[in-house]
Every structure is written in structure tokens, then in C-alpha cells.
Design a protein around this ligand. Structure first.
Ligand SMILES: Nc1nc2c(ncn2[C@@H]2O[C@H](COP(=O)(O)OP(=O)(O)OP(=O)(O)O)[C@@H](O)[C@H]2O)c(=O)[nH]1
Ligand SMILES: [Mg+2]
Length: 357
């Protein structure tokens, strides 16, 4: 499946229906009054976050979203039919910007969250609404108001709690497939992964945490080298980064620093995100080599907790995961508990009796 994470589309709210000019004609009623009804309101274009979408692929083929127009008012003072809203589904994690001003209009994070991106116009009044003592037979009606029109930019930032980063071939995809049910392609050449993969890893508590495996970064990724660093966008919202370093390469320490530099160059606070270092493929090196490299990396990175793991034999994963769970627990966004509403004071203070008899 193609992975599309940016799109620009036009959105058109439905126009309001026109008001009608009509007069009642009834048997035995000599001069029937005005009876033109209001136009129906136009429908709105509403974006809705759904859990079963992972990409903005649908927007590659559809560029224009038009909600239904309101119907014209009817005789007998009948309001025209309201235009249907157009509900457009987007993946959770879609940010919506005004394409012209670049202003953020909304961020649809939670499932079922909605955002109106083009409101429908109101229907116009029919002549029945203009009846007054002065004018018993108004011939005025109002046209419907056109629906809002706009161009929006959609940007998907995947919602994962843990981001797996590292050079190509470090074993990131092997790791996510060892931990979760995700089955990304794994191969012994760089840039096997071309788009981010998500995997849900089960916590001891039973619920799952989403891990994201993104394509490998290389030196100069921020200048476009390799696949560039655009995919780092998808780990911007993570709370911890898991940096996978291939211990079997010639210079794992240098590789660590390459990735650090790319994180700094990318910005968006990624370099300051809690980060765990994991030397991967320890099944392929003697134990004393693991010790030496771990110490070198500790000295060079200033990090005193480094994991030796093997994504293939699953060695070390049982030590690594609890630390991830702890960090997720510590960095859990605080739930905002709304202040309880004060008990409504039904009697205004100045009218309250001063003494009860
Ligand atoms: N011996 C050993 N080999 C491993 C381990 N983990 C991954 N590999 C091998 O390393 C190679 C690269 O693994 P991938 O998981 O595709 O690496 P990646 O980091 O996702 O690579 P890109 O997608 O290209 O960035 C594959 O041949 C894997 O079989 C490990 O723990 N031990
Ligand atoms: Mg990969």
C-alpha cells in the first residue's frame, strides 16, 4: 500500500437555498397572504478521524469535496430541504492547515474527533418572513448564502508512543516484528523500509503501546541524503525514542553520533526526547566485544544505560521493555480533570432573603 502523508484539497460548503416568493391561493380565502418558505441550509464539509486509516492515500485521487446545497424554499411556508453534510474520513493524527495562510485549523488526534472545514451557507428567507402590518403582501425574498470555500493542507503525523530510529540495516524492522504483530519487510540491504510501519506492543497491563519503525537515516538526511529526514515527522509525537545501533558494523559509536546530529538538525525537540540506546545483533559478536563497545558508547554518549539486544534471538528484550514502560508512565500526559461546576445559585444575591421567617 502506498503511504501518503501530505495532501492539499479544495473544500466547498453547500450553498444555502434561496427563499421563495409565493402567495396562498385557497378556496374561500379572498386575499391569501405570503407563503414563500425559507431556503434550506447548505451542508458542511466535516473531517472525521477514524482508526482504520493509516494514510492520506484517498486524497491523492480526490481533490475537491463539495457538500450538498440547501434546497429552495417551498410554497405553503415550507422550508427547503437541508443539504447533507459531507463527512470525510481521515486517519487519526491528521493536522489540518489553511493552505493559503498556513494557519493550523485543527489536529484530529482521537477517534471520532471532527472538524468543520467549510461551513454550509444559510438558506435565504422567503416572503412569508417579511409579512408585517405595513406590508401585507411582501414580494421580497432573500437568496441563500454561498457555502464557505477554502483550500486546506492535510498533514499526517502518526500517533506512536515509541519511535524506533537508527541507520539503515540496524535491525529496526526486525525489532518491531519481534515485539509486535507488524510484519514489515526485513532484508540485509539498506533502505528496506521505505515508509513508516506501526506495531502495537502489548504492555504487562494488557493495553498496547504503538511503536513506529521509520526508514533509516543517514548522514546528511536533513539535506535530503538517502530518504531524507521527512519521516522524522512521524515520530515527533512519540514520548521516547529507541535508538537501534548495529554492533556488528565497523564503528557503532560514530553511527550513534550520526543519528544524534540528524536529530539536532531536524529540530522539533527530537534531540531532547528521552532516548534509549540499544546495541543490536549481540548474537553475532562475542560477549567481551559487547562489553568493550558498551563502555565506549557510554563514555562517548554520556548515557549510563545501554542495552545489548538481539532482535533475532530476542535476547535482552525483557530488560529493555520494562524501561520503556516506565518512561511512558512517567511521561503520560496528565488528564485534565474539569473543575466541578459551582452549584447554581438560583436566587440572585440582591434578591435573596436576608432572614428566614
Ligand atoms: N544477527 C542478527 N541479525 C539481525 C538482527 N536484527 C536484524 N538483523 C539483520 O539485519 C538486516 C537488516 O534488518 P532490518 O530489520 O531490515 O533493518 P532496518 O533497520 O529496518 O533497515 P532499513 O529498513 O533499511 O532502515 C537483516 O538481514 C536482518 O536479518 C539481530 O538481532 N541479529
Ligand atoms: Mg526497516
Amino acid at each position: 500500500m502506498q503511504f501518503i502523508d501530505q495532501a492539499e484539497v479544495d473544500v466547498h460548503g453547500g450553498d444555502g437555498g434561496d427563499g421563495l416568493v409565493a402567495f396562498r391561493r385557497e378556496k374561500y380565502v379572498p386575499a391569501g397572504g405570503p407563503s414563500g418558505g425559507k431556503g434550506g441550509n447548505g451542508g458542511s464539509v466535516i473531517l472525521k478521524a477514524v482508526a482504520n486509516l493509516q494514510t492520506l492515500l484517498d486524497f491523492r485521487y480526490a481533490h475537491r469535496f463539495q457538500a450538498e446545497h440547501g434546497q429552495r424554499g417551498g410554497p405553503k411556508n415550507m422550508t427547503g430541504a437541508t443539504g447533507q453534510d459531507l463527512i470525510v474520513e481521515v486517519p487519526c493524527g491528521t493536522m489540518i492547515y489553511d493552505a493559503e495562510t498556513d494557519q493550523l485549523l485543527g489536529d484530529l488526534v482521537a477517534e471520532d474527533q471532527t472538524l468543520c472545514v467549510a461551513a454550509g451557507g444559510r438558506g435565504g428567507l422567503g416572503n412569508a418572513s417579511f409579512l408585517s402590518n405595513r406590508n401585507r403582501a411582501p414580494e421580497t425574498s432573500l437568496p441563500g448564502i454561498p457555502g464557505e470555500v477554502g483550500r486546506i493542507r492535510l498533514e499526517l503525523k502518526l500517533l506512536a508512543e515509541v519511535g524506533i530510529i537508527g541507520l539503515p540495516n540496524a535491525g529496526k524492522s526486525t525489532l518491531i516484528s519481534a515485539l509486535s504483530a507488524a510484519k514489515p519487510k526485513v532484508a540485509d540491504y539498506p533502505f528496506t523500509t521505505l515508509v513508516p510501519n506501526l506495531g502495537v506492543v502489548q504492555k504487562p497491563s494488557g493495553d498496547g503501546a504503538v511503536f513506529a519503525d521509520i526508514p533509516g537515516l543517514i548522514e546528511g538526511a536533513h539535506q535530503g541524503a538517502g530518504l531524507g529526514h521527512d519521516f522524522l515527522r512521524h515520530i515527533e509525537r512519540t514520548r521516547v525514542l529507541l535508538h537501534v545501533i548495529d554492533i556488528t558494523t565497523l564503528n557503532p559509536i560514530e553511527h550513534y553520533h550520526t543519528i544524534q546530529q540528524e536529530l539536532v538538525a531536524y529540530g522539533h525537540g527530537l534531540a531532547d526526547r528521552p532516548q534509549l540506546l540499544a546495541l543490536n545483533k549481540v548474537d553475532a559478536v562475542p560477549e567481551d566485544e559487547l562489553e568493550v563497545i558498551t563502555e565506549e558508547l557510554m563514555a562517548s554518549s554520556g548515557c549510563d544505560l545501554i542495552f545489548g539486544i538481539s532482535a533475532v534471538s530476542r535476547q535482552g528484550l525483557d530488560e529493555l521493555l520494562p524501561v520503556i514502560w516506565d518512561i511512558l508512565e512517567e511521561t503520560r500526559p496528565k488528564e485534565v480533570v474539569p473543575e466541578p461546576e459551582p452549584f447554581p445559585n438560583l436566587v440572585p444575591a440582591d434578591m435573596a432573603p436576608t432572614q428566614w421567617t
